[in-house]
Design a protein around this ligand. Structure first.
Ligand SMILES: NC(=O)c1ccc[n+]([C@@H]2O[C@H](COP(=O)([O-])OP(=O)(O)OC[C@H]3O[C@@H](n4cnc5c(N)ncnc54)[C@H](O)[C@@H]3O)[C@@H](O)[C@H]2O)c1
Length: 438
């Protein structure tokens, strides 16, 4: 990808109708991006099918959901869940009798981890065990799904999996410093990537956030062939991240959260969609804006670009509804603090020398720096303090709006997709919102 390829028209097509099948490949969480797509599928009258990543028992063995967990998950999704554990990654896999990568990390200490080495031959065996387990589970899921889809139906596979941070005590402390540390607590993300610990984590991110999409596409080949032969169509979508164009100084400019350690996996995800596309498979990665979800809350400052959406809402011909969003956001600030002053604070932040230095698309994902951490985490903290209640933030409200807009954008674009990798920038998000509410 040498430049971002934006989605620049509101997509109008919809091939999906009652009786077609929507498959969510990942679990659905309250604030998660996938809600946008699930809402569209529901509106279209599609049958909704979900999966589970499974749960760990007291010995860390992967198990399906129990009856109670399954009932809760199905009620939450509004559809049936195929109860075969689809946990991606290999952090808790190992050949019989051997240690798992998470156990191997147990010997690392906060003093020694930068120089500690790992047994890569053994890690490769664990990776192979994890991949074999995941592919076998995908095959079982697809066999069950096959019985649930009649000939001639259209099928939408929505991939939402991302993650892979191993549950090792030492890493939790390091992550806290890399993503939340400033001043003396700052830690360079490059130091992590240069360590064996970092290299292991990147491999696990690849499995969870990228290769799982490949396994989905390959594992559903037989369903795809049957559906297409019987007159139906099959689509694949995945959520990417590769920076977003937002309004800075009155024009849309590409910017990014740094350091997005998962960026290498997200670029791999893009390549997987491109390779599938080259074979005639309609798979699209939608690079989505920064929002606050269960998964992104660890990255302090990731929410800052979101605030500029308020300006985009107005620029894209926002009417009374856009004004209402401004008022609702303004009402969340402390008395005496205006929305304009907050927007100016964000503008100054984006215009700073430090932030300009990170607007380098070709160098993405760049490592963080002390100056960046101090500025970004400081700004994030300051902005939270401008609110009346730290549990009701402007970025919560705007996250909900972005999620709402991505639903119809991805759903309709995937009906007649323009390419394998598309950016959903603030302009198209704002236009979609103004159209829904106009
Ligand atoms: N939040 C953001 O700012 C943002 C921006 C752009 C793209 N995205 C992408 O959107 C997608 C959904 O993320 P979200 O932010 O809505 O958060 P979320 O927490 O709601 O979703 C994370 C998903 O990953 C799945 N998952 C986590 N670990 C897994 C594992 N080991 N194996 C299999 N599945 C696993 C979960 O089941 C869930 O479906 C992700 O691909 C994410 O990278 C998020």
């Amino acid at each position: 990808m040498n430049s971002p390829t934006p989605l620049d028209q509101l997509p109008q097509t919809n091939i999906f109708r009652k009786g077609d099948v929507f498959v969510l490949f990942g679990e659905l969480f309250g604030r998660g991006y996938a809600n946008g797509l699930v809402n569209e599928a529901r509106k279209a009258g599609m049958e909704i099918v979900g999966i589970t990543v499974g749960r760990r028992d007291e010995n860390n063995a992967l198990r399906p959901l129990n009856d109670e967990e399954l009932a809760v998950a199905e009620a939450n999704l509004g559809g049936r869940i195929i109860n075969v554990p689809l946990m991606a990654g290999f952090d808790l896999d190992a050949p019989p009798g051997g240690p798992t990568p998470t156990e191997m990390l147990g010997k690392l200490t906060l003093k020694s981890w930068m120089d500690d080495t790992l047994d890569w031959a053994h890690i490769e065996q664990c990776r192979e065990v994890g991949i074999k387990r995941f592919k076998a589970a995908v095959a079982e899921v697809m066999a069950r799904l096959d019985d649930m889809i009649a000939d001639g139906r259209n099928v939408f596979f929505a991939h939402t999996m991302a993650g892979g941070i191993p549950k090792a005590k030492v890493f939790l402390a390091i992550a806290n410093r890399i993503y939340k540390g400033r001043g003396e607590r700052f830690m360079s993300s490059q130091v992590l990537l240069d360590s064996d610990l970092g290299k292991l984590i990147l491999q696990n991110f690849d499995e969870v956030s990228a290769n799982s999409f490949q396994h989905l596409i390959e594992g559903s080949a037989a369903i795809r062939a049957r559906i297409e032969k019987s007159g139906g169509q099959v689509r694949y979508s995945a959520y990417g991240y590769h920076g977003t164009e937002i309004l800075i100084d009155g024009r849309y400019q590409w910017q990014t959260y740094t350091n997005y350690t998962q960026g290498y996996a997200k670029m791999r995800l893009e390549r997987i969609a491109q390779a599938a596309w080259a074979e005639g498979i309609k798979a699209t990665v939608y690079n989505c804006p920064e929002i606050r979800t269960n998964s992104s809350d660890i990255f302090v400052g990731v929410e800052l670009p979101l605030i500029a959406l308020l300006r985009a809402l107005k620029k894209e011909n926002g009417g009374a509804w856009a004004d209402e969003q401004w008022q609702a956001c303004g009402a969340l600030l402390q008395d005496g603090i205006s929305l304009e002053s907050l927007l100016q604070r964000i503008e100054d932040f984006n215009e700073s020398e430090v932030m300009r230095g990170f607007r380098d698309f070709d160098a993405w994902p760049m490592p963080n720096s002390q100056a960046l951490a101090d500025l970004m985490i400081g700004a994030s903290d300051e902005i939270v303090h401008m609110h009346k209640d730290r549990k009701a933030l402007i970025t919560d409200l705007l996250s909900t709006l972005v999620l709402e807009a991505t639903g119809p954008l991805m759903f309709h674009e995937s009906s007649a997709p323009g390419g394998p990798v598309l950016w959903l920038n603030h302009n198209i998000i704002a236009r979609q919102l103004n159209q829904i509410h106009g």
